[in-house]
Design a protein around this ligand. Structure first.
Ligand code: ADP
Ligand code: MG
Length: 246
């Protein structure tokens, strides 16, 4: 397996708190690699460091062999590294299609004016529709983001990540706040994306993690203490004690 993404000794302190404190991880091409760990373990900090939103105090991030540690966040999607958008980055009073079209336009560095309405630009609208269909939101394309359920918003965030046309997706708790049905749908969706993308997935839903992951890395107090297959991690005494209540 060739490493698409290598994390080497990442550290980030917030005052006295070492959010990451020597995190190491290798993400292979096409692999779905889950990161699990207790609340406050540093999972989100790690994802934000990889996305470039938080600068590490120490350590290196290599993408396809290239050191990207100092590359700004906004340049990373172009290299092939995309994180799912946060709800707050969506335009609630725009339709799903328009949100997607804007994301595609941003990726391509294009701008708009009154003379060139978004909705008539088929070079944007067509792919935008395609991404929505891929995440199962094709039937909601013309609806406003503000009308979506929580689960549908998370699906839309995933579509926005796909629209960045990256080879690596960084997903921080895509199933947070979802009901059973929505979680099952998201699991199915990730199953479909797996293999075509390398996916780094932070998720609390252990059923989903065990169903999806090729490998799992356990993060505790900012340190990666274990990487293994689902069975290896499941049968690890330390993990059983921490997660499965044994
Ligand atoms: P997780 O996602 O695993 O729950 P986080 O990465 O969010 O963990 O947080 C790791 C630790 O760093 C926690 O103790 C958290 O309170 C702290 N932390 C995270 N972000 C910040 C920040 N911006 N400022 C101060 N402390 C932070
Ligand atoms: Mg988190």
């Amino acid at each position: 397996m060739s490493a698409q993404l290598s994390i080497r000794g990442l550290e980030k302190a917030f005052g006295a708190v070492k959010a990451t404190n020597g995190a190491n991880l290798e993400l292979a091409a096409g692999e779905l690699h889950a990161i699990i760990g207790p609340n406050g373990a540093g999972k989100s900090t790690l994802i934000s460091q990889i996305a470039g939103e938080i600068r590490p105090d120490k350590g290196q991030i290599l993408f396809a062999g290239q050191d990207i540690t100092d590359i700004p966040a906004h340049e990373r999607p172009r290299l092939g590294l995309a994180r799912s958008f946060q709800v707050s980055q969506l335009y609630p009073d725009f339709s799903l299609l328009e949100n997607l079209a804007l994301a595609i336009a941003a990726r391509e560095g294009r701008t708009f004016g009154m003379w060139n309405p978004l909705s008539r630009d088929q070079r944007l609208m067509q792919p935008a529709r395609g991404y929505l269909q891929r995440v199962g939101l094709g039937h909601r394309a013309e609806d406003l983001v503000s009308e979506l359920s929580h689960g549908e918003r998370r699906q839309l965030e995933l579509a926005l990540a796909l629209a960045q046309e990256a080879s690596v997706l960084l997903l921080d708790e895509p199933m947070a706040g979802m009901g059973a049905e929505e979680s099952a749908r998201m699991t199915e969706l990730l199953q479909e994306l797996k293999g075509r993308y390398a996916i780094l997935l932070v998720e609390h839903d252990m059923d989903a993690v065990f169903a999806l992951a090729d490998r799992i890395t356990v993060l505790v107090y900012g340190q990666t203490i274990l990487t293994g297959t689902v069975d290896e991690v499941r049968n690890n005494a330390q993990v059983r004690a921490a997660y499965l209540g044994e």
